[in-house]
Each structure stands twice: as C-alpha cells, then as structure tokens.
Write a protein that binds this ligand. Structure first.
Ligand SMILES: Nc1ncnc2c1ncn2[C@@H]1O[C@H](COP(=O)(O)OP(=O)(O)O)[C@@H](O)[C@H]1O
Ligand SMILES: [Mg+2]
Length: 386
C-alpha cells in the first residue's frame, strides 16, 4: 500500500492537502473519483480494502468492473451515473464484486462534480461494505419469522387440541347414551328416555361449542339492529346481579345521551354476561363491577393502534378483582386459553367476544394488572342513521 505523504518538504499541509490526506487514509469507506465517462481517476485506502485493487491497477479503468455481470449486462452502472447527473445524487444498495470475485453488499452514493460553469467534470463515489449489517438484519428477520411461525403453530395446536378434546367428550357422551338406549330397547326396558335426553343434551353442547368457535372465526350469522345500549344494559341489571352473586356490587354509569349502536343485541347480551361471569371468578372475596360508556369519534389523524375510524359507543366493564399478568392478558382472547381448573372454564368466553365485536365492526381490548383489577373496553359501531 502506498502511504500518503504529508505536505512537500515537511511543511504543514494546506487545507486541501489535509483533506486529500484524510480521504486517502479513510479505511471504512471506499472514496474515489470518476471522470464524466466513469473512468476511475483516484483511489483511497478504503477502496483498496473493499475492492482489493491497488491504485495502480485500477486508475484508468472503467468503474463498471465493480458491478456484477448481470448488472453490467443490463446497463446499471451507466444508469447510476445518468441519475446522479440528472438528480444531483444517486443512492442505492446492491451487490458489488471484489477483485478476487467475491461479492459484497454495498451502500453506494454517487455525487456529480461540476466546475464553476456547471459543466460536469466527473463524479465522487462513496461505497460502504455493509454485508455484515445486512447479514445481521437477515438473521434477525429470519429469527423473528421463525418465532412468529412457532407461536402461530402453538396457537393452532392449542385450538385444534382444545376443540378435539371437548368435541370428543361430547361424542363419547352421545355414544354412551345411544348404546344404553339400544341395550334398553333390546331388553324391553321402559326408561330409555333419559338416555335419549342425555344424548340430546350433549348434542346441544356440541352445537354451542361450534357456535362459539364460529363466533371467534367471525363467521356466526349476526342480526345487527339499532340498539340503545343504556336500555339494553338496564334491562340486564337483574340478570347481571344474579350472575355476580352476593358479595359483588354492580354499578352502572351510563350517560343519557349515548348514540344508538348497530349490533346483534342477543350476542351483545351474551358477551356482557360472559364478562360478568369472568369478573365474578376474578373476585372470589367480593368487589365491584362498573359498567360505563361514552360516545367516541375517531378520525384518520388521531387513530390509535387497536381503534377504528368512525363513530363508536365505547363501553368499559371494570372489576376490582385479581387482574391479569401480561402473559395471561396477551393470550386471554385465544380460544381454549383458560387459567381455570378443568371443568371451570372453557376458555371460549373472551374468544367469542373478540370475534363477535370484530365481526360487528368494533374493537375490544384488555387493560389489566395483577392486583389492580381488569377493565375490558369495547367500542361498538354507531348506528348509521343515529
Ligand atoms: N375479569 C378478569 N379478571 C382476571 N382474569 C380474567 C378476567 N377475564 C378473563 N380473565 C382471564 O382470561 C382467561 C380467559 O377467559 P375466558 O375466555 O372467558 O375463558 P374462561 O373464563 O373459560 O377461562 C381466564 O381463564 C382468565 O385467566
Ligand atoms: Mg369466561
């Protein structure tokens, strides 16, 4: 490598000389000049390091030799110069080739150089080898994609396993009852009615199960209508109080001027009831459940993640129970996700609500912290003529 010399005769270098010195010595960037046709006219230490050519080998050669054969064949180098000349700069990333034939991923900037009259006298080219950075980014992207895939498979596994398990139980009950009824018939017994009733009951549970899954998948038939939330919640007060039990106080705070909503009333009642049951389970020692609501207008500019543009009536259902740790809150909407003992939770309550509200054009989210209770916020679309 030729070492750049300091100013002639050991004098302190002028500004221009020290700039040359600096450019010559930079090793992390290839910095070199081209004439207007693309012939290399200067070369620095970084260029030697990345591209492998010494100044003697490369000065006087056309810069297109740093490009891949494909790029040369399709005229990429000439286009880069033309763009730099036209736009005042050319910036890109792409494969370049070292002297030994190895490829590296380069970040390239080309600036046109003009004299005082504006005539193009050449180009300044700055290239950086960012292969490592690109590789690091790629491994990160790959790891993320793998994690995402693994999480997805786990969720699908959970769903399939949960459904298979519950559905199997139901089939078994139906099968047993039919067998008992058949035997009863064969032996001429009169009490086969209760076996048939047992089978019918299991069929009903099976239908309920698939119904909840359809709700989660946003594929249940809905019958939206104009619904006054205040009216609906007031009408459910007794039922909600019954479900909550003695130790839990119900507080309903609904403003008089709520917009009418456009929602399936039956499903919505179901959802509220589910939330009340969840709240009861989270408050074994008693507490309070508060239902409140506001009108909310969201436009494109102030849309937050998880909200939808438009007019909505937003309800909050807040309990003073155990709350959820973040890992539970993150999965609470998943079908069959439950922290309750077998037989106490289906893990389908919130999944059903999530699907139903989404299918209705609304949103639902959880705000919860262990020891600080749980608030479920859901926004329902305003009735188009309300
Ligand atoms: N109000 C609440 N307070 C604390 N945890 C809750 C509440 N609601 C739901 N959860 C958590 O979310 C899980 C899923 O709820 P859900 O889908 O209704 O299924 P399930 O009630 O059958 O367990 C519950 O098992 C519980 O861990
Ligand atoms: Mg539940």
């Amino acid at each position: 490598m030729t070492r750049p010399r300091s100013g002639p005769g050991g004098e302190s270098p002028s500004g221009r000389d020290s700039l040359h010195l600096f450019v010559d010595r930079v090793r992390d960037y290839a910095i070199y000049l081209l004439d207007p046709r693309g012939i290399v006219t200067s070369w620095n230490a970084g260029a030697l390091r990345f591209k492998g050519y010494t100044a003697d080998e490369i000065i006087g050669q056309h810069f297109s030799r740093f490009y891949t054969e494909e790029d040369r064949a399709t005229g990429v180098p000439a286009r880069a110069l033309a763009i730099a000349e036209r736009d005042g700069v050319f910036e890109a990333e792409g494969w370049r080739v070292r002297k030994d034939g190895e490829r590296f991923w380069a970040s390239v900037v080309i600036d046109p150089i003009r004299d005082d009259d504006g005539t193009l006298v050449g180009f300044a080219k700055i290239t950086r080898d960012i292969t490592e950075r690109r590789e690091a980014q790629r491994s990160l992207d790959e790891a993320r994609a793998q994690l995402h895939q693994a999480q997805k498979m786990e969720a699908v596994g959970q769903l399939t396993g949960g459904f298979a398990h519950d559905f199997n139980n139901i089939l078994q009950i139906i099968g047993n009852n039919i067998e008992l009824a058949t035997r009863g018939l064969a032996s001429g017994r009169a009490d086969i009615g209760r076996h048939l009733a047992g089978a019918s009951d299991a069929v009903r549970r099976g239908t309920q199960l698939t119904g909840r899954l359809l709700a989660f998948a946003r594929k249940q038939p809905l019958e939206p209508a104009r619904v006054d939330i205040r009216h609906l919640v007031e009408g459910m007060r007794d039922l909600l109080e019954q479900s909550l039990g003695d130790g839990i106080e119900l507080e309903v705070r609904l403003p008089p001027k709520l917009w009418p909503t456009w929602i399936d009333a039956g499903q919505f009642e179901n959802a509220l009831l589910n939330l009340a049951v969840n709240a009861r389970d989270a408050m074994p020692d008693g507490g309070r459940l508060t239902i409140s609501a506001t009108n909310q207008s969201v436009d494109e500019d102030d849309r937050q993640p998880g909200t939808r543009v438009g007019d909505h009536v937003c309800l909050t259902v807040a309990d003073t129970g155990t709350g959820m740790p973040p890992e539970v809150a993150a999965r609470a909407f998943e079908p069959f996700f439950t922290t309750k003992a077998p037989g106490h939770g289906t893990g389908l309550g919130l999944a059903q609500i999530y699907g139903f509200i989404g299918q209705s054009g609304g949103t639902v989210r959880i705000e919860s912290e262990p020891g600080r209770g749980t608030t479920i916020v859901f926004c329902l679309p305003r009735h188009p003529e309300g």
